[in-house]
Design a protein around this ligand. Structure first.
Ligand SMILES: Cc1cc2nc3c(=O)[nH]c(=O)nc-3n(C[C@H](O)[C@H](O)[C@H](O)COP(=O)(O)OP(=O)(O)OC[C@H]3O[C@@H](n4cnc5c(N)ncnc54)[C@H](O)[C@@H]3O)c2cc1C
Length: 522
């Protein structure tokens, strides 16, 4: 860290303007992720153009200062959280222009700080979409952040994770240069990802370790005209897993996810507190294929959603799309054929709500009664998923007394990002004080209805150890991770020559290790 930082701060202010430079306590919510804060940075800078981003990277490089990179800030893996006070945190939320919507060549280029909600609004107006169209956090989560950590959710059943929808990226390297991938690497438009080795793929899922994405180009396609929700309940995990595997194997859904009983119960408590029932009902009506079926859906929801959500050990929720209602019904019938022997169909209230409000306010960053929340995930081969589930049950049983004493509890969420992998996500909750991050992102009227808890350093330390132990458990079953950040081992798990290749790439793009130090274990 330089002894006198004021010349650097003055230089950064001249690049991003006074409004783009934040110092002091105001940095706290930006330097804290959903899970925690490590250290406060030297400053937060918010460039408004790619040129300003390049200029600030050059200025910090000349001063020997490292950078961390924040998109929407909706992650929980320490990825953008500075781990020492000498760093500058680059916040890309003002780099948020939609650069080009090219329907003829089927691509859309955005600056990295565009949120998924902003992109959806721009494309909806033209009847267009990207194949993957955002995580549930898309109200704040950015295209650059999600592509950097292989996000999943909307569109993933049909089109896979965020990385699979990317054609090209423009990346600012550690020396302030701009590197373009795919067809754009030879000066053409970014219409094609594949031209020689897949350079675009080097930067998807890098969590920012290899450079700062300034622009991202995604594939574009027409929206499908018809969709319907469908849900099933299962008596145990094995039946749920088999059902999700079969649906993914035939790529029947547009998107889908499953919850265990603990998380489903939590959703009910949350809706009551948010006073969202009316809003939910109205949005179901708006999202339904027709008003009539919307009313039927509402009636069903009122009568049975509570009973079903409250009682089933496991539930899966799908949105199914088609060019018309006939195609959708054909897919639903095939799902019923496959899933009927494994579980029972229940009203599709939850997926209808998700479809009508795909990017919900950030209620879920806290537990149903205001507890702290951090998810831990792994993507397992299907063949290892049921054995993992049993090992996890034993793992939690061994710790149940201590978890109960500290008020720590877990729930689970599942999805199938592609036919060969199963995403098993464990949400950990514990009683503790909320942070500046929560005060910034959780709607104030919701926050004030929640119980509060005193600081619990003991529960916090227990959760940190639990995360580490769970990552090791995932590793024993061959799991990989999408959102790696600084939270999961990566570099140390790579065998050579892959590990050596990663080091060479980092050394080439960022020889001094100044971009996102610690991310991916680099
Ligand atoms: C309520 C809630 C719901 C969520 N739902 C989902 C979900 O459905 N699916 C899912 O996959 N995840 C989900 N998440 C996790 C997370 O929000 C997403 O993965 C999201 O994609 C993060 O995007 P972001 O812009 O907020 O990234 P950030 O949190 O800002 O950053 C994530 C990582 O990417 C790096 N980064 C950010 N921008 C850039 C850039 N331009 N160039 C290089 N590196 C960059 C950061 O350094 C960091 O390592 C959820 C989180 C919350 C709080």
């Amino acid at each position: 860290m330089p002894l006198d930082t004021s010349p650097l701060l003055a230089q950064l202010a001249s690049i991003v303007g006074d409004a783009g430079l934040i110092t002091g306590d105001a940095m706290s919510p930006l330097a804290t992720d959903v899970y925690r804060r490590l250290e406060m940075p030297l400053a937060v800078v918010r460039p408004q153009s790619v040129e300003a981003l390049q200029a600030l990277v050059r200025a910090t490089a000349a001063a020997g200062v490292a950078l961390s990179v924040r998109g929407g800030g909706a992650s929980y893996t320490d990825g953008y959280v500075p781990r020492d006070t000498g760093q500058v945190l680059v916040d890309l939320s003002r780099l948020n222009r939609i650069v080009a919507i090219n329907e003829e060549d089927a691509f859309v280029t955005v600056e990295a700080g565009v949120t998924w909600a902003e992109l959806k609004a721009a494309l909806d107006a033209r009847g267009l979409r990207t194949p993957f169209w955002g995580p549930f956090s898309g109200l704040l989560a950015t295209v650059g952040g999600s592509v950097s950590q292989n996000s999943i959710s909307h569109g993933s059943g049909a089109y896979g994770i965020s990385a699979e929808s990317v054609l090209s990226v423009d990346v600012v390297t550690a020396d302030g240069g701009l590197l373009s991938t795919g067809s754009a690497a030879v000066g053409s438009s970014p219409f094609s990802r594949h031209y020689g080795p897949d350079f675009t793929g080097l930067f998807t899922g890098d969590c920012g370790a290899l450079g700062i994405k300034a622009r991202v180009t995604l594939a574009l396609q027409r929206r499908r005209a018809a969709h319907r929700p469908i849900s099933f309940a299962f008596p145990d995990f094995d039946h749920l897993h088999e059902a999700m595997r079969l649906v993914a194997f035939e790529r029947l859904d547009e998107s889908g996810f499953a919850l265990d009983g603990a998380l489903s119960q939590g959703q009910i408590a949350r809706q009551d507190r948010a006073g969202a029932q009316l809003g939910m009902a109205l949005s179901i009506l708006r999202s339904s294929p027709s008003l009539a079926s919307g009313i039927v859906q509402l009636g069903k929801a009122a009568l049975s959603a509570r009973r079903d959500l409250g009682s089933a050990p496991y539930m899966v929720h799908y949105i199914v799309e088609g060019v018309d209602d006939g195609e959708v019904k054909g897919r639903l019938n095939r799902m019923r054929e496959l899933l009927g022997p494994l579980g029972r169909e229940i009203p599709g209230t939850v997926p209808a709500v998700v479809r009508s409000m795909p990017f919900a306010p950030f209620y879920n960053t806290l537990g149903p009664v205001g507890e702290r929340w951090v998810p831990v995930h792994g993507v397992l081969p299907h063949s290892a998923t049921k054995p993992f589930d049993k090992a996890l049950a034993a793992f939690l049983a061994e710790r149940s007394t201590e978890m109960k004493r500290l008020g720590v509890w877990t729930g689970t969420m599942f999805s199938v990002p592609n036919a060969s992998g199963f995403l098993y996500e464990i949400a950990i909750y514990w009683p503790d004080v909320i942070t500046d991050y929560h005060r910034q992102v959780v709607p104030a009227d919701y926050l004030e209805k929640l119980p509060t808890y005193p600081e619990s350093l003991e529960a916090r330390a227990y959760v940190q150890q639990l995360k580490t132990d769970l990552a090791a458990l995932y590793g024993r079953f061959g799991a990989i991770h999408y959102q790696i950040g600084k939270a999961y081992p990566y570099r140390d798990r790579l065998s050579d020559p892959a590990g050596g290749l990663l080091h060479s790439l980092k050394a080439h793009l960022d020889p001094q290790g100044r971009i996102s130090p610690g991310v991916l274990g680099l």
